[in-house]
Ligand binder design. Structure first.
Ligand code: NAD
Ligand code: UDP
Length: 313
């Protein structure tokens, strides 16, 4: 049997590179496509000479022709600091990038999995969030380029399915953390760990009572692989339902690294969602998936990795 030919867009990024590892370890063929906006070659360096691996520097806002069986469409900056750096480009990446990848999927008969996000729910009015909830998104705020970009990307997927019979899988990813997050990407887990490792105060935005639910990267990738294989197009929430306030996360990380560090307040960014927790009944039923790694264990692995990075610099 021929190995499955996979295209991973955003494959040099945080989640993409972990997915590439799993696909390569499973004996499949992988084309990793990235423009290196937030991705790094070092994340996939171990595969560069491998005969089943190919690396293409390309921007998904431009069309591309390739022969593949499966498209894992992850290309898009995910951290607010990065997606707000050039919001027009972020919207283009989501819309044109997904449009181009769906065009490719249609042409070659490939199945496409879209890495969508819990941000399609915006600042949710119901809690926890099931897939049937249609969201509360500001169309004109500083997060809209990302949130609305992902919403139109989902729409395109379902219109390609209806009009052209394209095989799609839509995954709504909730906050995920782990090794290979960029130390300066502004996301809360990487910020708190880096601040604590450097002996600096941890910066809490607002009162710190807003909540997030954090999924370890290995659990997330397992859910992604299962969704691609399943017969359900989604959308399906993949995330860890254990909810934490940002203040309790800060205390947890500080106590692991340097318990005497200060927690300081900074202004809450505009449109920052108050609470976020996935309902994962659908993933349990359809994919037989649920997260296995507790925050405490995942943080240990992540802190160790960041420590190593600091040591190497
Ligand atoms: P990341 O920033 O580490 O990875 C994104 C990758 O896409 C990077 O390698 C970047 O260089 C590449 N990229 C960006 N724009 C591109 C373009 N125009 N053309 C080609 N490549 C481009 O982010 P991540 O955390 O790995 O997120 C991956 C995907 O998962 C994103 O689509 C994101 O929206 C989604 N997601 C992630 C999370 C999370 O918590 N990590 C949560 C929800 C959704
Ligand atoms: N946050 C914080 N301090 C930081 C970075 C983030 O308090 O140094 C807060 C942020 O305001 C948000 C939460 O942590 O309420 C998660 O932020 P992140 O950027 O990681 O993800 P998102 O807001 O996209 O879920």
């Amino acid at each position: 049997m021929q190995p499955t030919r996979n295209l991973v867009t955003g494959g040099a990024g945080f989640l993409g590179s972990h997915l590439v590892d799993r696909l390569m370890q499973a004996g499949e063929e992988v084309i990793c496509l990235d423009n290196y906006f937030t991705g790094r070659k070092v994340n996939i360096a171990q595969w560069i000479e491998h005969p089943r691996f190919e690396l293409i520097r390309h921007d998904v806002t431009e069309p591309i022709k390739l022969e593949v069986d499966q498209i894992w469409h992850l290309a898009c900056p995910a951290s607010p600091v990065h997606y707000q750096f050039n919001p027009i480009k972020t919207a283009k990446t989501s819309f044109l990038g997904t449009y181009n990848m769906l065009g490719l999927a249609r042409r070659v008969g490939a199945r496409l999995l879209l890495a969508s996000t819990s941000e399609v729910y915006g600042d949710p009015e119901i809690h926890p969030q099931p897939e049937s909830y249609q969201g509360c998104v500001n169309t004109i705020g500083i997060r809209s380029c990302y949130d609305e970009g992902k919403r139109i990307a989902e729409t395109l997927c379902f219109d390609y399915q209806r009009m052209h019979g394209t095989e799609i899988r839509v995954m709504r990813i909730f906050n995920t953390y782990g090794p290979r997050m960029l130390p300066d990407d502004g996301r809360v887990v990487s910020n708190f760990i880096m601040q604590a490792l450097r002996g600096e105060p941890l910066t809490i935005y607002g009162d710190g009572l807003q909540t997030r639910s954090f999924c370890y990267v290995d659990d997330l990738i397992e859910g992604m692989l299962r969704l691609m294989r399943s017969e359900n197009p989604g959308p399906i929430n993949i995330g860890n339902p254990r909810e934490f306030t940002i203040r309790s996360l800060a205390e947890l990380i500080r106590n692991r690294i340097q318990p005497n560090l200060e927690l300081i307040s900074k202004p809450l960014p505009q449109d920052d969602p108050i609470q976020r927790q996935p309902l994962i009944d659908l993933a349990k039923k359809e994919l037989d998936w649920e997260p296995l790694i507790q925050l405490e264990d995942g943080l240990t692995r992540t802190i160790d990795w960041f420590r190593e990075q600091l040591g190497n610099n």
